[in-house]
Design a protein around this ligand. Structure first.
Ligand code: ADP
Length: 267
């Protein structure tokens, strides 16, 4: 598999002096499903936003296909935020249309793609519904359809299921894996759940406390498709234990520079 995107020694210090990332390096190959796992506030979302080109790193580089990112590469990304962030005044189809509208594509021309994206997330019959009529899980499905409608090469997801109840989350985990298998996208998924990261990923990047660095990378060699049988298997339990241990080690890593007042101005 060829490398799609990577961070090289990326640091990020915000204008308020908080250093979210320091020397973060990892790469993602085409068609992988990689989770960024770490404690809340360790810089996972910041890494994702840098990968998406939404914010610039203070130090280090983002590489696409092994080279420095040309501006064009940034467009080939779909982003699913923690909240579904739907426009309440627009129908489900209108919300999914947004990225195509921004790309200058007319509604009539866009309609087959909107219909296909909604079908992929199991909402084909909800095109004319409004966000207020949908459950939390359905809103998140719309958000995923909106991210996929441009058929991006890279799908970035920032704790998309954290606010959902466990049963809905399990169902969406399964549906996400089905989607990923069908569309052959590369996926990077931010989570602080060991269990979710093991269930979904082909590889897990374990990050330290803030400022986030990569503590360990753990391959999850269990085959896809993964089902409830995997979730209840001894293999899954053993992998969860390995990843939990890595996370505990990562959290014990003490960075003497974490005191923000002592961090200088790397921005
Ligand atoms: P995570 O996704 O792992 O929970 P984040 O990347 O959201 O972590 O945040 C890492 C740290 O950076 C946190 O301390 C957060 O408060 C801080 N942070 C994030 N965004 C900004 C910002 N725009 N300005 C200042 N601090 C920020």
């Amino acid at each position: 598999m060829t490398e799609l995107v990577s961070l090289h020694a990326v640091g990020k210090t915000f204008p308020n002096g908080v250093t979210a990332l320091r020397d973060a390096t990892f790469s993602v190959r085409e068609h992988e499903f990689v989770s960024l796992l770490g404690p809340s506030g360790c810089g996972k979302s910041t890494a994702l936003r840098i990968l998406a080109g939404l914010i610039e790193p203070s130090t280090g580089d983002v590489m696409w296909h092994g080279g420095k990112a040309p501006d064009g590469a940034k467009g080939d990304v779909g982003f699913v935020f923690q909240e579904p962030t739907l426009m309440p005044w627009a129908s489900v189809a209108g919300n999914v249309y947004l990225p195509l509208k921004l790309a200058g594509i007319g509604r009539t021309e866009a309609m087959p793609r909107i219909t296909e994206a909604l079908a992929r997330v199991g909402l084909a019959s909800f095109a004319d519904a409004y966000p207020r009529e949908l459950s939390g899980g359905m809103k998140m499905r719309v958000s995923i359809a909106r991210a996929l409608v441009t058929n991006p090469k890279l799908l970035l997801m920032d704790e998309p299921f954290a606010a959902l109840d466990e049963i809905t989350r399990f169902r969406l985990n399964n549906d996400l894996l089905t989607l990923w298998a069908a569309m052959r996208q590369t996926a990077i998924f931010v989570t602080h759940s060991v269990f979710e990261s093991v269930y979904l990923s082909s590889r897990i990047v374990v990050m330290t406390q803030r400022p986030g660095r990569v503590h360990a990378e753990i391959a999850v060699d269990a085959p896809y498709p993964r089902t409830e049988a995997f979730r209840t298997s001894p293999e899954y339990a053993a992998l969860c234990r390995t990843v939990s241990e890595a996370l505990v080690e990562a959290m014990a890593q003490d960075d003497p520079a974490r005191d923000d007042s002592a961090q200088g101005n790397a921005a």
